[in-house]
Design a protein around this ligand. Sequence first.
Ligand code: SF4
Length: 192
Amino acid sequence: MTETDGYLRVNELKNALYCPRISYYTLCLNIDRETDLSKGGIREEQTTKHRMKRRKGALHAVHEGERHFDVALVSHSHKFVGRLDEMVETERGVYLIDYKDAERDYGYRAMQMLAYKVAAEEMGWTVLGCYIYAIPTQTYEEIAFKRAGLAQLEQLLQMLHAMIEGEACPPPAKQLGKCQVCQYARFCNDVF
Ligand code: SF4
């Protein structure tokens, strides 16, 4: 279940960007098809988190800060919650870091990170920078947000809240390639 008391989880943005119908299955029908692959990814992130906590000098991109792990963030104005992997608190503000187990970015990272940034700022933090830590390569990538990013995030959140409210099933993905590798494929009789 990824929706509680009307609040969405930041992780849901990834599904919605891939295909809003997946969000419908998980949020409206409570069908959560966690794959061995995604379970493996979660395990990998947890192992990394454990390792990173012990490595004091691990964060080469940010210095002189106090590290916080698994930071709960909430945006009441946009009604979503999230748990950020790491926040580095400095005298001037904070840096946000999210760990990812896959090297390839399918376009979800910037949107999820923007959501974390929006929530952190709403909670009163000054956000100085946002980074992805790629577990396979052990490298940091600074996220640069597009000008239209905030409007796109708000549009996506509005679409999800409206979909939950109306319990309306969205149209299928336009790219058949997405459906061919989708773990929800057998539910979409109108596609195959
Ligand atoms: S099979 Fe296609 S339309 Fe159905 S949920 Fe997956 S990506 Fe979306």
